[in-house]
Design a protein around this ligand. Sequence first.
Ligand SMILES: [Fe+2]
Length: 342
Amino acid sequence: MSSGHTGHTGHTGHTGHTGHASRRPRVIMLAALIAAVALLHYGVPTTSHGLHQLHIVLRKGYFLPPVLAAVWFGFSGALWTTAAISVLFIGHAVLDWPGNYMEQANQMGELAGFWVVGLLAGHWFDRQRSLLEGLATAHEETVDGLVSALDLREHNTGMHSQRVREYTLLLADRLGVDQEMRRHIAYGALLHDVGKIAVPDHILLKPGRLTDEEWVEIRKHPDVGYRIVQRVPFLRQAADIVHSHHERFDGRGYPRGLSGGDIPLGARLFAVADAYDALTSDRPYHAAMTYEQAATEIRAGDGTHFDPAVVAAFLVVPRADVEAIASRWKDVVVASRAAAKP
Ligand SMILES: [Fe+2]
């Protein structure tokens, strides 16, 4: 594997991103649920037999918040929620049943039930979450390894696809793509050239100009890549991006000649990201351009090669953010060799 690749993970954002923005409504809902259960429980008096029976049934509602907190926030959420319920419940037992130790013991038994259910649920949901995250990381590292090997074969370095993935995600974030879609786009950008595995070395690595027949071979790689990737269930949406990564906004791309909005968004984002990386990397047929030169080239392709909305997004991403990616995934040439075609 390429040197410099340190098995960095997590950049596709697969871990669910339960940030503070998505936490707050759930905390409010949980507090409202606790308040509703407490009001129902306290609101129904114990003055008659029938009402007392209802009162006892309603107190089972206290099982709901710890379980919901476990689902949403895991063990620590269940712990805090059960603690809040305990305060309400102990207050009830002490104030409403003064001196009635039998009834208070009964209430404490009920309370113990809330703790057992809440903490067990919290523990199992935490465990399930960490297993799923481990699985997602393993998927990502497997794909990273495969892609680095392909990059090494074609470009003598293992970093091209990693950079293109990062540039594509920068653009996706500009356009407000959701987390789910972002993950598919990341995999699609990373795997875009996987179909080149079927292009023979004497064509892929040929130093001079390609013949028409050789171009026909090269141009098969989006179809081949699509067929490889779409067989993997968690990569099915990414496969559409692999299939469409050489389409052009004006319909003059390949393999299907799609145009405009018929091209998947991920592929339209990728087109700009890939062009930027090609322009700013040293290739056998040109020296690396500066950011400004590359931006001028990209502007020139606005509406023909590229989606204008994506070009606009690219132009407002701070230059420092773009260049930070280039320096994080710097090319390290592993072996000298005459290198390849685009
Ligand atoms: Fe390609």
